[in-house]
Design a protein around this ligand. Structure first.
Ligand SMILES: [Zn+2]
Length: 371
């Protein structure tokens, strides 16, 4: 494998500043790491906020030390393996889960890496004050031609899946893990609150793949919602929040029973009342899993939860093992990623691509950098 000595990367030098194209030495993989040639890296809609506002919003969650390479959702080909790597080979196509953890604590040993006190999003931001130790070990990410990654982060992707589709795994995996925590099954009626956005549309596709009988999707934009319904008209019902109360609508759709599960996918800036309308749509024994980004404090009637065994969970990202399940669902066709419209840019256009997210067609547009 011909690996160049130098590689192109895009790095941010100051918070809110542009990503600057530079050349760095191509890294060598550590003993248990691989080197991946990045073929595609997804741009999540939240990225411009992370770059410009994150330090003020959540100062306790550190950005990588600057100058830093960002790029959360990389997919590519393994071009070199560390000397102690077993189970992965040069030439394999992979998605690189950006979730990094220590690998040795009890949480990590039980496949609950998010609960690790080192949990960090490679190429994005850290979740704890110890994240700098992870950034030190893994400073490379998706907005560069090559990156190192531990084998624990690698999801093998099927030949039928394009790198552009794999670069969408981040939010799909987040939705999938949330739906699993909500015990979604064939008999479930699932409400996806915020169904036309990047995360919500992922939730719709995963709920279909997991066999949920009925999916109720909310949003504002009627045109986008109609496109969501068109994915599976017999199983998906849609509702615009411009037309009234989500709770009343779910009540009517379920003969007064409520939704078995709610996946909240609302974006930052959405009012908490919309979140509460989703929560108050739960059936007895129902589960709401929040993967959305409603900010600030939310007043909740606790008796509503207690009196009917209702659950409220937060869920962050997904495990590499869950990524493998998604790859299998895609391989069998249960997870249909054909609805995405890929908008691919070279690394040189990374700043334009990040700022161009406002022109997207909801969650249907998949913004990808091909370094
Ligand atoms: Zn750990």
């Amino acid at each position: 494998m011909n690996i160049p000595v130098m590689m192109k990367v895009a790095r941010m030098h100051e918070v809110g500043g542009p990503l600057i194209l530079e050349e760095l030495e191509t890294p060598q993989p550590g003993a248990y790491d691989v080197l991946v040639r990045v073929e595609a890296c997804g741009i999540v809609p939240n990225l411009s906020n992370i770059l410009a506002k994150w330090s003020q919003w959540y100062p306790e969650y550190p950005l990588p030390p600057l100058p830093a390479i960002f790029g959360l959702d990389p997919a590519g080909e393994i071009v070199a393996v560390g000397k102690d790597v077993l189970g992965f080979e040069v030439g394999q196509r992979v998605y690189v889960n950006p979730g990094r953890s220590c690998g040795t604590c009890e949480a990590c040993a039980t496949n609950d890496q998010v609960s690790c006190k080192y949990y960090t999003f490679n190429g994005y931001f850290g979740h704890t004050s110890l994240s700098w130790k992870i950034f030190e070990r893994y400073p490379y990410a998706g907005f560069g031609q090559y990156m190192t990654a531990p084998t624990t982060a690698l999801v093998k992707i099927p030949d039928s899946m394009s790198y552009e589709e794999a670069a969408r795994f981040g939010y799909i995996g987040t939705a999938y893990s949330g739906l699993k925590k909500g015990n979604v099954k064939a008999t479930s009626t699932v409400l996806i609150n915020g169904a036309s956005g990047t995360l919500g549309l992922s939730g719709v596709l995963c709920a279909l793949a997991m066999g949920a009988r009925k999916i109720l999707g909310t949003g504002r934009d009627r045109e986008l919602l109609a496109a969501v319904k068109a994915i599976a008209p017999d199983r998906i019902e849609i509702f615009s929040t411009l037309d009234g109360s989500i709770t009343d609508w779910v009540d009517a759709q379920t003969n007064g029973n409520g939704a078995d599960m709610v996946l909240d996918c609302l974006g930052p800036g959405t009012s908490y009342e919309t979140f509460l309308e989703g929560l108050y749509s739960l059936a007895r024994g129902g589960i709401l899993v929040n993967v959305g980004a409603v900010q600030g404090e939310v007043p909740i009637k606790l008796h509503y939860l207690t009196s009917a065994n209702r659950f409220l969970f937060g869920s962050n990202w997904f495990s590499t093992q869950e990524g493998g399940e998604l790859a299998a669902l895609a391989e069998t066709g249960a997870l249909d990623m054909s609805v995405f419209e890929h908008q691919v840019h070279p690394l040189e256009e990374v700043n334009e691509a990040i700022s161009g997210l406002s022109t997207r067609k909801g969650g249907f547009t998949n913004f990808v950098i091909r370094p």
